[in-house]
Every structure is written in structure tokens, then in C-alpha cells.
Design a protein. Sequence first.
Length: 886
Amino acid sequence: MRTKNAKTIHLKDYRPPEYLIDDVELFIDLLDESAQVTSRLHIRKNPASGTLNPALKLDGEGLQLQAVALDDQPLPDEAYQVDERTLTVPNVPDRFVLTTQVVIYPQKNTALEGLYRSGGLYCTQCEAEGFRRITYYLDRPDVMARFATTISASKADNPVMLANGNCVEERELEGGRHLVCWKDPFPKPCYLFAMVAGNLRFQQDSFTTLSGREVDLRIYVEPENIDKCDHAMSSLKKAMAWDEERYGREYDLDIYMIVAVNDFNMGAMENKGLNIFNSKYVLARTDTATDNDYQGIEGVIAHEYFHNWTGNRITCRDWFQLSLKEGLTVFRDQEFSADMGSRGVKRIDDVRLLRSHQFAEDAGPMAHPVRPDSYIEINNFYTVTVYEKGAEVVRMQANLLGPELYRKATDLYFRRHDGEAVTTDDFVRCMEDASGRDLTQFRLWYSQSGTPVVEVEAEYNAQQGSYRLSFRQHCPDTPGQQDKRPFHIPVAIALLDREGNELPLQLQGEAEPQATRRVLELSAADQQFTFVGFEEQPIPSLLRGFSAPVKLRYPATDEELMFLMARDTDDFNRWDASQALAQRTLLKLVADYRAGKNLSLDAGLAGAFETALKNSAADKALLSEVLRLPGESTLGDQMDVVDVEAIHHVREWLKHALASRLRHHLIDVYQQNCAGYAYDIESTSIARRRLRNLALDYLMHLDDPEIHKLCYNQFQTANNMTDVMAALSCLSNTDCPERDQALAAFEKQWIDEPLVMDKWFAVQASSRLPGTLQQVKALMEHKAFSLRNPNKVRSLIGVFCSINVNAFHMPDGSGYAFLTDQVIALDRLNPQIAARMIRIMSRWRRYDELRQGLMRAQFERVLSHADISKDVYEIASKCLAEAGDD
Ligand code: TRP
Ligand code: ZN
């Protein structure tokens, strides 16, 4: 191994902890340049561990150890050993109190893990293994303790000091300092520990639980943001009510706090009673936040709230079980959002994300199962596979059981495992025990990586009036996994007649038709289902609602796709048919373009779009999804060798062609859905804005000065950020005089609002105009930009490299060199973010030889640096490993 700490951790090596910690007393003194942390750990030998007189080994990183005491007797230096990552005390009794005193430097902590400063605030991030950067501890989720946290600091600088649980003491100290003590009665793993200090204001509300307890709700923000908390607060109350209603889960403490901070590696963190959030997922005002922001806030607030039961009360035994809490909690937040807004659109958005990111991950060098077998750095496994595929795996179980049995199973899960640290297997066992079903084969969804491919053939026998569906499944090899076993795949189907009616479904051998919608359960590599009783050949509607995370291959004709797009009774499949049709059209155009042919507009697609537009009164939410062309990376996934340039050219060409053909319809739709409404975030209003802004985007491809004016007018007069950003984004892609005016006006107006400036950076980083890389480099010098702020890095560097595909993959390799320069610089500051950034190139083998060579050279350059983090090392080395290596 090149990097000194790059050790692989394996699931099969799991052992129960040798010691347990019942109680933790933490004393944190915040000083000018440092913090002093004293911890008193009430430790006892774990009766479940077999080892005789094991040494006590505590985790610790970057700690300056001042003193150690055992049962309040100071330990001499010979009685313990310290190295870079552990404190070892060889001789300890069966039960004792260990006191350690360390000094740490939150001011210098740019990794945003452990205790760090964000602007004027102190905050913590302990998941997954950040607590060991605060004090020596058994930093593993199966060690659950009650925490009492005492914080002291200057009162002028830190008037507010928070930690988990309830505040039990507040007192003035000498020298302008003060002290607070918080106690959390619920035992928890240390990754759920949190503390915050600083000058904060809060918005307050309350919620009365099902059993009549009153909970104090508080959202803490920096003073200038106090007017942007309403939406987060109402989302929280909705989430609390929903979890009572749908899962029978009540909140369990007297106070629930959320704190918004500007510097945060991820979206938010579910620390017990004290969630810490990236401010992006809290702050919203009509003029600063888009519809997507509003929906993101609602979803993330709910996600973290739901963790209180799925993650905190019942936690993970080890980090391989991460999806136990994340997959389940994502499924819960998806269903919550579906209930709050438009269910159909929510499902489409989720599947779009899964297909574009998770399927790509599953097909690349970082592919891993929902429950990984090994990792070097656990932070690299907070992935779309663990989160989104994990959610699909829970969704399949919920659907297989049906609503009543699924509820019975989750009730059992909460009853059986409350207060425990468990595994995904324990979860599945509850599903089995509550339903009586055998999910042995189903468990392969947790252990096998890769996306199964399901091929379908249909055969109609006119004489017998029978219709046979044949399914064949296989799953491609992935790193470390060959020759996989068949999965248990639920395929929801209906068969439609020419009018689009669902036909009764009767399998051969059944006495009579059952429902019109059925779920076929595949379990073998090859399987046939024969239905009887048809007078004409039906049209199949397959994998309805995306009933399993697979690639379904059915050779539908264009006519079938157009029929399904117009008539399928499943919203999701109507959309899916439109995407399949558009994808087919685009790939044909790509082939023509590569063959040097002239491009021409396919009458089928144009006609289908026209029909859809004429019906625009019907379902606006679905319509805007239907009219959105598949993205460049989705198209790339369909090619043997991704041709970025051809895809980009052809997709832009098609948008232009559709816009000229459908110009009048698009203008009608734009105008019919125009302003004149007060802004609200009802799903019908969101749909109206989505549709109108989609029409604007098409029209802006026409390069028509009249339309530029229309767009600029929208930018200037809109009463909400959604419409402002839609217009600004179109202008940013267009070489017209209004472009610079709009960008300058926006900058001037929002220079002091970091979250809004993120949008300004992103919209320029994604510009289709030439010279964007130079522009991005120039923007890195802008005073609002900082490499230390993850939101800024994602908005400028992340958006350029992952959204602006064509510009990033320029054949001179300048995009790759740029990204790598940033990764190397970032790695010294914040390895987690550096590792996320370098992943953008992980699918480098999908490109032509020239680009492969250029990207490979950049991975090698990264690895040649002696001191890279294990985060970046793990990604870079796995990306370079030959296919088939582990
Ligand atoms: N548990 C968080 C969630 O709900 C994820 C998270 C937040 C996280 N911050 C992190 C994970 C930092 C790793 C590192 O999704
Ligand atoms: Zn989560």
C-alpha cells in the first residue's frame, strides 16, 4: 500500500466490542485558539466478548493528550501507550472510570469532521468516525452510552451553547465565561453526538404528539437568516405528524433542535435531538430559494427527523450496515414527499437519479453491494448505492408485503430492536416474521452488487388467445463478484387493449381472472408466464412504477411506445415510454451524426410531443417530465464508447429542431402558464412553473432576439427565485447582450447571500458557451468563492465537471487537469470532498482511447503524491485497478 493508513476493513472480521461504555461525561472548554476536552468514560467489560483480559484500545486522531486517569488516579506514562490513532491501556479492571484530557484545534479543522468552526460558530460532525477527533473513545456504532455534555465558553462570543438531549444547567463563570450542561437520556453511539456554540437566533414552535406530549421545536440560524426558517419549521411539523400516522412513531425528547451551518460536507446530520444542517437545506425565502430548494428542504428535514427512529433508537451494528438506516430512511422520506406533493413526479425524480447515478456506480470500478463487504475509508461509502438502491430494496419489500403486513413488520422491527445496534439481516427477518414469507433469496439484493438486466420476450397465440411473457435475467460481473445468482425480482405488470383498458389477468391453470394489475415474481434465470383469455394481442405495460431496480429490455416498437406514452394507466410508465422514445431518437441521431449524415427530425417524436403539448391542460407535472429529454450522461450510458461531443451536439440540435417545429405550441404553453399568480409552493403551482420554464428553455434554443427579450423580462420581473433562475440559466447558455447584464445584476443583488451566490456560480459553470473552463477558473478568484466551503466547491467545480459534460471532457484534457489540480489542493483541506470530486472521473474507461489516457494520467498523478488521504487513495487506486481485480 502506498498510503500509510490504507488498510482494508472487512465485514467478515466483525467482532463484538471487548468493552462497553454506559455513561460519558464530556467537558468541553472552548478557548481562543483551541478547545480542551475532558472525558470521563464509565466503562465495563462486555460480557458477550470472549477475550480474556483484553487491553483497552480507544480510538483517537489529532488529539494532544494531556493526562489519563483510571478511577480518578492519574496514570503514569508507562501505564498506557499512545500512537497516531489509538490510546491503549493494557491493564484495566472489569469496571472502571477512565478520564482523559486532550487539546484540539477547531479553528484549524478544515476537514469539517469532529469539532470545527463554520464562520463564527462552533459545530460538530461525528458520523461516521469524527468523534475520535474530539476525544479518545470506542468509536464504533455498537457501543451505546448515555451522554452528559458540559460546555463552557466566552458568553459574548457564544451566547448559545447546545448539545444533545435536555438542558439541565446554565451558569455564569468568571472572566465573562458561562457554562451549560446537557443530558441525553437515550443511550446512543458516539456518531450521534453533537454540540454547537455561537451567536445564534432561533425560530420556535411546538408540536403535540399523539400521546399528548408537547415538544419544543427550535431552528437555530445566524441572526441574518432568521427570516428564512418558516418552510423548514412547517416541514418539520408535517414530518412529525406523518411518522405518527404512517409508522406509529412519536418523538421522544422534550426538545428538537435544528442548527443551520454554512460549511458542511453533506446535506444534514441526524444527531439525537440536535440535527445539524447544511444551511442549503434549511433556509428559504420566496426570493432566495427555488421550488427545488423548497422540496429539498422538506425532504431533508423529514429524512433527518425520521432517523430518530430509523438510525438513532435503532442503530447500525457496524458501518457495513449503513443502509439499514439510510436505505430505510430514504424510502421513508421518499414516501413522505410523495404524500406531500405530486406522487408521480416524485417517483420519476427518484428513478431518474437512480438510473443516472446509481446504475452508473453499479457499472463502474466503485460498484459495491447495498451492504458492502469491505472498505478502506467508510466516508467513501455514503453512496447512491447505499442510499438510493438501499431505498429501492426496502420499497420492494414493502410492496411484496403490501401495506398492512409491511406496517406489521415495521412495528415488529421497532418493538424487537428498540435500543439496539443491528444489521440489515435483522431488518429482513422482521419482514419475514411478520409476513410468513421466506426472503432468503431476496437477501441477495443486499450482498450482490451490479444492476440486473431483465430481458423480456412476448408471444401472442391468436388461436389459443394466450399471451406468454418470457423473462431472462442476468447480472454483469462487478469488482470482486463474478457469476451472480438470480435475484428475486418483483415485476409489476398490466396488459392493455387498444383503447388502453387494463385486461383481466388469468394465468394458465388459474380458474378465473384475478386482478388487472399483478406482480410477477422472478426467481430463476429464465421464467415464463402464460396468460389466457385474449381476443386480440395486448400491449404490455411492464415494471410499472419501476417495481425493481433493474434494466428492463423489451423490444417495443415506436408505435407501442407512443401508445404507452399516451395511454398507459401507470403514470410512471407513461413517462418511461416517452423517455425510451426520445432516447431511441437521440441515439439514432448520434449514429447519423457520426456517419456524417445530415440530421433530420423524427416525425414520430415530434408528433408525440405535439400531441402532449396540445393536451397541456391535463397533467402539467407529468407533461414537463415527458418533454424533458434524457440527459447527456444517460445517453452516454447507452453507448459502447461514450461520444461526448456527438451526444452534446445532437441533443442540442434536437432541442433546436423541436423548438422550431413546435414554436407556437411552446409559446402558447409559456404564455398560458405565465405570471399573474401569487407565489406559492402547491404542487400545481410548481408544475406550472416547471412546464413554463421548460418551454422557455426550448424556445431559447432558437437564438431569436425576441425570445431573448422575453427571457430577460422574466428574469427582471419574476416574483420568485424559480423563475429568476430558470431565466438566468437560459441566458447563461446564450451569447446575447442580456446575458452579462443579468449575471451582473444578480451578483450585485445577492453578493451577501452565500446560498444565492452558489446558484450564480453554478449557472455559469454549466454554461454551454465556449470558454467556460476559463470562466470557472476566473470565478475561483471571486471574493465569494472559497475552496474551504463545500457548497462553493460543488457549485463551481462540481457542476462544471459533472454537469457540463462536453466542456469537462475537452479532448485537450484541460478539464481533467483542472479537476485534478483542485482534488490535490482540496485533499489537504478536506479529504471527504476531494474524494467526492475525483469520483467524477471514475467511469474513465467508458471513453475513447485518447480521453482514457488523459484521465488515467491524472489518476496516476494523484497517486504519485506521497501524502494523499486514504479517502482519495481508495477512489484513485480502485479506479485504476484492472477490471476484475478486487
Ligand atoms: N447521516 C447523514 C444523513 O442523514 C449523512 C451525513 C451527514 C454524513 N454528514 C456526514 C455522512 C458526514 C458522512 C460524513 O444522510
Ligand atoms: Zn440519512
